[in-house]
Structure formats: C-alpha cells, structure tokens
Design a protein around this ligand. Structure first.
Ligand SMILES: Cc1cc2nc3c(=O)[nH]c(=O)nc-3n(C[C@H](O)[C@H](O)[C@H](O)COP(=O)(O)OP(=O)(O)OC[C@H]3O[C@@H](n4cnc5c(N)ncnc54)[C@H](O)[C@@H]3O)c2cc1C
Length: 562
C-alpha cells in the first residue's frame, strides 16, 4: 500500500469514503468488490478513532435476548460468523461465563432458558466456518465445582455454577480495520491516511467530492467523486455543520465509552461477566444491572465497559484519574477477588459512540441501538449519505447497507458483493492450527514462537512477508524486551502506509496497542523509521515525543517512564 496523493487528485471516483474506521474501511472493501472506482481517506490513521479503542468483543447478539429483539440478535450473530470466516487470524471465539446464584434472575433455570432460546435462534452460526478453532460452541453450563476451579474467589454463598456462551474477540482492532483497507486497495481502491476532508465540494445541491488537507505535506487539494459516503464516526456530524447547505444541524447524543487493560495474566480462556452498577432501562426481560466483563486478551485482562454522556468534541475524550479510581472500586465490589489497584492498569481506552437518547445521566441510560443512516436527499442534497455506527461488530453489514442507500443514486449500480464470505487480505486460512504448524517449520528457528504467533494473528497468511524480511539478522531481532521484530517496523513503513512512529507503535504492531512498550523499544523503532524515511534527528525526536504523548493519553494522564 503506497500513499499516492497524486492518484487522489487525478481521478474522478465513483465513491469517496471519508473516514477509515471499521465502517469506512469495510465500506471501501465492499465498494471495491462491487467493481467501483473507490477512494478512502482518514484524517489521522486507519482505525485510529473509536475502532482502535474498542473492547474487542464481536458480539453474537445474546444480549438482545433481554430486549426480546430477535432481529438484532440474528444480525449480530451473522456478523460474528462473517468476521470469523473472513478474518480468522484476527478474530477468535471467546467463552464467557456468567455465574449463577439462587433461583431468581441470576439463577440457573432463568439463564439456562435464555441460553436454549439463543442456541435455537442461532442454529446457523457456524455456516461456512470449517476451522474447528473458529467455530462457536453451543451454550453450556458449568458445575459449581468447575466454576470455582476457574474462578476460585467467586462469592460462594448460593453459587450454583455458571452459564457459558461464546462471543468473538478481536486480536488487534486497528489491524482488522487495516485488513479491510488493504483488501480494498488490492481491488484497486486508492487509500490515504493523514488526509482530512475539510468540507464538501458542491455542484449546485449535489456533493461532488471534498476539499482535503494532507497533514504530512501540509497541502490542500480537491478529491472529486460522483458519490460521497461520510463515515467519519463521531466526527461525521461536524462535516454537516454548514448551515448554507444543511440548515441548522443538531448533533446527536454520544456516549464516551471506556475500558481498561490490567496486568493480570489470564488463568483460563474464560471471560467472566459480573453485574456492575448501571442499569439498562430498555431491557424488557431483566432490568438488573448491566454486566461488567473481565476478559482474557493476549497476556493481560480487559475490564469494561463504562458509558457516560459526552457533549464535547471526540478528540477531547479521555479517561480521568478519578474515573479510573471509581471503576476500579466498582469492579472490585463486583468481583473482590481481582483486588485491582491503580498500578495494575496498563492502558485505558475510550472513544465516542452514539447514545439512543439521553433520558437521564446516572444509572438510567438509554443506550444506542442501531447504526444511524442519513440519506441527505431528505434535505434536498444529492450524492451524500452519512453513516454513524454503534458497534464495530456490525461495521461490515451496516456499511454495506449505507452503500446500498448511496448507490440508489447511481444508474445501474452493482449489487451487494459477498463480503461475508470473501476472505480479507491474510485471511485465506482453512485451519489456523495447520497454518501455525507450517509457519513454525518455515520460519527460521531464531525467531521466537511468541513472535511467530503474533505474526500469524496480525498478518495471517502474509506472515511470510515478515519471515522473508527476517532472514536479515537486523530485521529478525526484537525491539528491546518486546516480542515485536524489527521486520514488522520495516514492513509497516514499506507495505502498510505507516507514516508516523505512532502509526507503527499503536496501530501496525503489538508494541503499544495494549501497554507501553518501553522507551528503548520506541527509540529502536524510531531509528529504523529514520533510516527508511530519511528523517532528520529533530524529526525522529519529535516523533518519539508525539508517540509518548499518545501513549500517555491511554494511561489516564500518568507519566510513563518505562
Ligand atoms: C471503549 C469502547 C469500547 C467498545 N467496545 C466495543 C465492542 O466490544 N464491540 C463492538 O462491536 N463495538 C464496540 N465499541 C464501538 C465501536 O468501537 C464503534 O462503534 C466503531 O468502532 C465505530 O467505527 P467508525 O468507523 O464508525 O468510527 P471510528 O472508528 O471513530 O472511525 C471514524 C474515522 O473517521 C476519521 N475522520 C473523522 N473526521 C474525518 C475527516 N474530516 N476526514 C477524514 N477522516 C475523518 C477518524 O480519524 C476515524 O478514523 C466500543 C467503543 C468504545 C469507545
């Protein structure tokens, strides 16, 4: 993938997509598969918005049982299956245990009935998934003894066991976005990161492109297209703040969602769901507290998710120290055995997602339910659709719907392609265990198993590109104490359009995607990028400073000196 701004200005595209989070990237892949001339731009980096901040769950829809919403349950399940089929390297099944207590709504009978209903409604959940490691198991019950074996410190009084269901889990949220972008580019799309849409271009009442700004070269130019999809997520409505064309646009309500990662090695493959303190006022079956999750992810544990009404710009969203302290207290109250302390927290994630409506703030929230679509023809404006997604899980399907809506304005528009079955770049894997075995044989033995495993998860079948690079000893070595090989830095710059050190550290490699990798690793990556991109020493130091700032942002303001 090369950053080719000349191609952006020289072509009149069929579709221009503004924003390359999960929704924009999936839309680009979909539109490219339809055979359209596609451009996709992001003001920052691919997946750098809410998508990178995500809790990494690919929801299978079980939570919609309590809303008695079978349509959403089935569609969420279909999206989970699709991601397991098309990106089996980046998504895997995740078993989640809900402890059962007594005979009420937390009781065995109540939850088992729900699980049976879910199994019945999702009989086709593994259609087209051959790999046994990627198939979603039926829901099941764990005995009291087995539950205590897995979670020895659970409250034992009236514990009867646990109900288990499976969701999907993403290994690297930003790389899944990147896989969609790479796939689109492999079918002819033109993609550019660090390119911001400043405003729409107009032909009368028709949107015909955007005025864009390249933040690397600090230049402005026009990108022209027959149709524009505004997929800028929580930023999307700021592009509509143009009273001459859109009238007085009122922004919808957004929640600042947040979660954090703690330095606790998972003791099993099971996630644990425990009741938190906020309630779901829209639930029709059970209005008990929403669950908090402690989830194994890589070598750590993910904890979340918290929601708060947020009215400021998305760029200003962050986690405050006081909030973190309150969440640690809530999680410790829900599952005292964790005994979390501030110093256990490695990383905090947050971003904006739409709220349904803001009936009230504390404890009685109305959560966003559906992706929002704005067909601007209702305002007399042609050529533009805006889509604002609620869940990463549904990005593939919902962005396809947004494109269908937009393409209504194209004569003889191509129909929807099989994005639910066509593997993304790197995802052509029939059996992950076989791929692992083959990789271990093919990759030089001086590369650690943990590094090879990370390559397989992040690059899928394209791990071979890393293995080829790593034939050179200087590319095979890992950065300081991490499992990330120098080859990954080189590959990110040469093949994955990484422009800044922050792109490499936070979004292309595992280095800073879940904790701070340490200053030596950052310095080593920066030196390699300096060689590859002919940076001055001043530029290298500025890149290190910017990367540290981005990492501090994820550490709730604490200074990181690792
Ligand atoms: C803490 C947290 C946990 C979550 N957990 C889950 C979960 O477990 N499972 C799940 O399914 N969902 C989860 N979500 C929701 C999910 O992350 C989002 O719904 C989804 O990522 C939204 O994708 P998007 O592409 O619409 O937005 P974004 O990812 O925000 O992408 C929008 C992109 O547009 C770009 N952009 C903005 N303005 C411009 C412009 N003018 N020009 C060019 N580019 C622009 C931005 O840089 C950004 O990259 C979570 C969200 C948060 C915050």
């Amino acid at each position: 993938m090369k950053r080719d701004l000349a191609a952006l200005t020289a072509t009149r595209f069929d579709v221009l997509i503004v924003g390359a989070g999960a929704f924009g990237a999936a839309a680009a892949w979909d539109a490219a598969l339809r055979g359209l001339k596609v451009a996709v731009i992001d003001q920052h980096d691919f997946g750098a918005g809410a998508s990178a901040e995500c809790f990494k769950m690919v929801h299978g829809g079980i939570r919609y049982l309590q809303h008695a919403d079978v349509r959403r349950l089935r569609s969420s399940c279909a999206e989970r299956s699709a991601l397991l089929r098309i990106a089996p390297h980046l998504v895997n099944p995740l078993p989640i245990a809900i402890p059962t207590y007594g005979h009420g709504r937390q009781g065995k009978a109540f939850l088992t009935a729900g699980m049976w209903a879910y199994d019945l409604l999702t009989l086709d959940k593994n259609a087209g998934i051959q790999d046994p490691l990627r198939r979603i198991a039926a829901t099941r019950r764990l005995s009291r003894n087995r539950t205590l074996e897995l979670f020895p410190e659970l409250e034992q009084r009236s514990l009867t066991g646990a109900a288990v269901f499976e969701d999907g889990q993403m290994y690297h949220t930003a790389r899944l976005v990147l896989a969609f972008v790479q796939s689109a580019v492999s079918r002819g799309a033109v993609a550019a990161n660090h390119t911001q849409a400043l405003r729409f271009l107009w032909e009368g009442r028709r949107v015909c492109g955007v005025r864009a700004r390249d933040s690397v070269g600090n230049e402005e130019f026009d990108i022209r297209a027959g149709l524009v999809l505004n997929a800028a997520g929580p930023w999307a409505e700021y592009l509509l703040e143009d009273p001459d064309h859109f009238g007085a646009h009122r922004r919808g309500h957004f929640s600042r969602d947040a979660c954090f990662i703690v330095n606790r090695k998972p003791r099993s493959a099971y996630a644990l769901a425990v009741p938190g303190w906020t309630k779901d006022s829209d639930a029709v079956v059970s209005r008990s507290a929403r669950h908090l999750f402690a989830v194994p992810w890589r070598d750590c544990t993910l904890i979340g998710v918290w929601h708060r009404l947020f009215t400021e710009r998305p760029d200003t969203a962050r986690v405050e120290e006081t909030e973190l302290a309150a969440w640690i207290a809530e999680m410790n109250a829900s599952y005292p055995a964790l005994n979390l302390k501030r110093e256990d927290v490695l990383y905090a994630n947050c971003g904006l997602v739409p709220f349904g409506d803001s009936r009230s703030s504390n404890g009685d929230l109305s959560f966003g339910k559906e992706t929002r679509y704005f067909d601007h023809r209702t305002q007399g404006i042609d050529g533009l659709v805006t889509v604002i997604g609620i869940r990463y899980t549904t990005a593939r399907g919902d962005s396809g719907k947004a494109l269908d809506l937009l393409l209504q304005q194209m004569p003889q528009a191509p129909g929807r392609p099989a994005t639910d079955r066509t593997p993304l770049v790197g995802g052509e894997i029939r059996d992950f265990a076989e791929l692992q075995a083959a990789a271990r044989r093919a990759v030089h033995e001086n590369i650690r198993s943990s590094t090879v495993n990370a390559w397989l998860r992040n690059y899928g079948t394209h791990y071979r590109a890393l293995a080829d690079l790593a034939r050179l000893p200087e590319e095979a070595c890992c950065l300081a104490q991490t499992d990330t090989a120098m080859a990954e830095v080189t590959h990110a710059v040469q093949e994955e359009m990484a422009v800044h050190l922050e792109d490499v550290v936070l979004r292309r490699t595992n280095l800073g995607s879940g904790s701070h990798p340490g200053q030596s690793a950052i310095a080593a990556a920066a030196r390699r990028m300096q060689q590859l991109l002919s940076w001055s020493d001043g530029r290298r130091l500025a890149e290190i400073a910017a990367t540290n700032q981005a990492l501090e942002h994820h550490h709730a303001g604490e200074r990181l000196t690792a």
